[in-house]
Design a binder for this molecule. Sequence first.
Ligand code: CA
Length: 701
Amino acid sequence: MRIFKFGLALALAFTVAACQKAGPGNVDGARIAAADSNNEWVSYGKGYSEQRFSPLTKIDTKSVGQLGLAWYAQFDTDRGQEATPLMVDGVLYTTTAWSKVYAFDAASGKQIWAYDPKVDGAKGFDACCDVVNRGVAVWKGKVYVGTMDARLVALDAKDGHVVWQAQVGDPKKPFTITQAPRVVKDKVLIGESGAEYGVRGFLAAYDAATGKKLWRFYTLPNATGAPDGEPSDKVLKEKALATWPDGQWKTVGGGGTVWDSIVYDPQLNLIYFGVDNGTPWDQEKRSGGKGDNLFLSSIVAINADTGEYVWHYQVNPGESWDYSAVQPMILADLTIGGAPRKVLMQAPKNGFFYVLDRATGKLLSAKNYVPVTWAKSIDIATGRPVENPEARYKNGSVDLQQPGPLGGHNWHPMSFSPKTGLVYIPAQADPFAYQGATNFAYKAGAWNLGLNMLANTGPQTPEQAKAAAAAYKGYLVAWDPVNQKAVWTVEHPYFWNAGVLSTGGGLVFQGAAEGKFYAYDATNGKQLWSYDTGNGVIAAPMTYELNGEQYVALMVGAGGGGQVSAPALLPTRPRLPGRLLVFKLGASAKTPPFVLPAQPQIDLSKVSTTGDKAHGYVVFNSTCQVCHGANATGSWLPDLKRSPMITTPGDFNSVVLQGVRAHNGMISFAKFLSNQDVEDVRAFLISQGKGEPLPGAVAAK
Ligand code: CA
């Protein structure tokens, strides 16, 4: 016994010595597995279970009123800020839009280092949903970031110098990365974005020390059905291939990207990841309207050592609506029907909250957490949804449906408090009109949805637009996952609000689209504190304790998919530089007010055009609206109807056809649009700049 004790003491001494010698960022699997119950925040969702619950109690329901700004940092980008910072060994690591990485002293806010991967601005065109990044992973002295140009970069945690980098997605294809990497057993796990453009999705594992690619798990077969030489081969052949009848997936790529959630259970040795929707969206075009199309819109469990398939659960068989299953997953132990269950919980885009047995993948329960029109329920016995037949928008029909492609819940992290037993969901209502395109043809590098996007320019009058806007809602829903019901709900002024943190102090923190950062009582939703950030918030807050003080950190900056595609439904605000705000009790630091960029004044009264504005309306809403707002009613990426460049054909063509602003992501559209198309779009924008009615409304009369 004495020898054993001596041995243990010696081992501890060596461990302490090793920690001290290893320098900053010395995170390993044991530290991430323990992170649910400590003062740090060492992985994207805090620990491997990604509960985003901190047991810290210094800031609680009584003291939160004294919360003030301790320090802040301002960044050099005004695009969306989606990152959750990590706090390891007194250093706070975060990322901004354009995949830039920063390390700060977590107590003082002093910047230690910064890294810019120098992504070509033209790559912004390949970003469906803004040039965002959700954060880093830290492991054994290195910091890992996925970049907008689909690289995985390992940085030295000490000074931010590049140790290795790997090209994850084929640079010739529209792959991007917005996701935070995760590290399991010395493997860096990373997926990719780009499904809307037409790619084939996978989860990849890289050696954390060297950057050597270890394996890829493809989420669907390749066009030939031939093996890839990867651990996914066996299950794709045995289970997936037969679910992919002929269709345009073979040309387009099929989609199924792995762009957000990855969680890990060390006891079961399983990695779980979520898979995106299919491309084209319309399953009629993708695979002739047939087949489940495995593993689209699925949660997949694989062996953490080999990358081999263990189980899957598909939330949307034969997916047709951009209903991805990449949304954040949380692992927890719940008592269900009197018995303890190891569960995996997800609130994917389709509006249902799923509780699965995470050892087997068996569906335990599912209930809608927002209004849902596409399905009546989820059949627990088969695990399949009971769809409403009109949801499949066959034969040219239009289905105005909830949720839409932005989801009842998107990437915004939710949080589970073991203290209250509730999951706090940043939920939303966002209707969308689905209609198949009549003459879909694959365009390399463009969005390939197979949908008639004009179906979503519905509101033609201000009254109709007002009614449509009223249908968009944002909520914070406190959800009881055992009884599958809302316990309380806070309704926000807008949809597209921010990620969530819950704490041992009985608080739930969430930012919102209008720019406020709130703390609520976790038991009843009562608002206890708020802070006006001056900018929209979409990222999730995190918290840590350092030198005996508890801090709450939040990345601030409007953006992301909702902001880009539906700016008219969000607060009217120019793009403002992103900020990191860090709060503690009794602090009273102030940020300087934002300097508002001047809106250029243009005089359209003498501007002439030979273009056909009615055709321009069609082209604009088919090609430009995803970034520049439906009907040009408002825009977050430049509001084109107010842009000086529409005053002359030469200026407009130089941007749209010659690509002089490619560095901002506005590449040349010469491969998609003719000279006449572009002049017609200009005519449409001039008409809207002058406040004329929409050409659609004229045609309707
Ligand atoms: Ca998608």
